[in-house]
Ligand binder design. Sequence first.
Ligand SMILES: [Ca+2]
Length: 221
Amino acid sequence: MKKFISALLAAAMAAALSCVFVSAKETNIALHKPWSGIEVPTNEGANAYTGDFTDGVYAAEGDAFSYKEPWFTFYCNDQNDSSWTNLTDRVGRVDIELGDAGTGITKVRMQVAPEIGGAEYIKVYADDKEIGAMTYEGTDIQWIELALDGPIDAETISVEIKITDMFFMVSEIEVIAETADDSSAPEDSSTPPTADAGTAAAVIAGLAALFVSAVLIKKKA
Ligand SMILES: [Ca+2]
């Protein structure tokens, strides 16, 4: 009987914990947020790259590179004249304005196309503080990411790129935050933020009571 109850409790706890786990949802909080810090190059040939970093449009799996949007180019044609580059000393930076939405950030992701040109570095900043770097492998179109050790808050996430060649192509930047997966919950302050953990605790408490009752019944018998 004890073994059975222990197994039941363990199963209940696992179920309760997985309930808490499932309730955390990854959301791209950068989607449709404004960005600034770099502009489409004016130079003909480079000015076709009018991609938007936060419009949710990027290359699909297996797509070949397209010489236009969804790509935005970090560009320098060996001159610092403004018509020949949108960088300063081959370095460009985009600031994504998250504002109040910038909480619980766990990852920064970016789709790149290194076959068109490489990057010496790709650094990530949260409110102007460097928080890490991203790297790519090979030359395929790929998603790269910086996964943080723990969630952080930031009103602005910036990506700074130093290019090695003439172009470096980026289609989309995502800022991933973990949010509670309960869109129906009212967003007022009376909603306890630990509702799911509370539910789990109630389930565990209920089963613990069941266990005590079972032991008592067994003793009586
Ligand atoms: Ca895009």
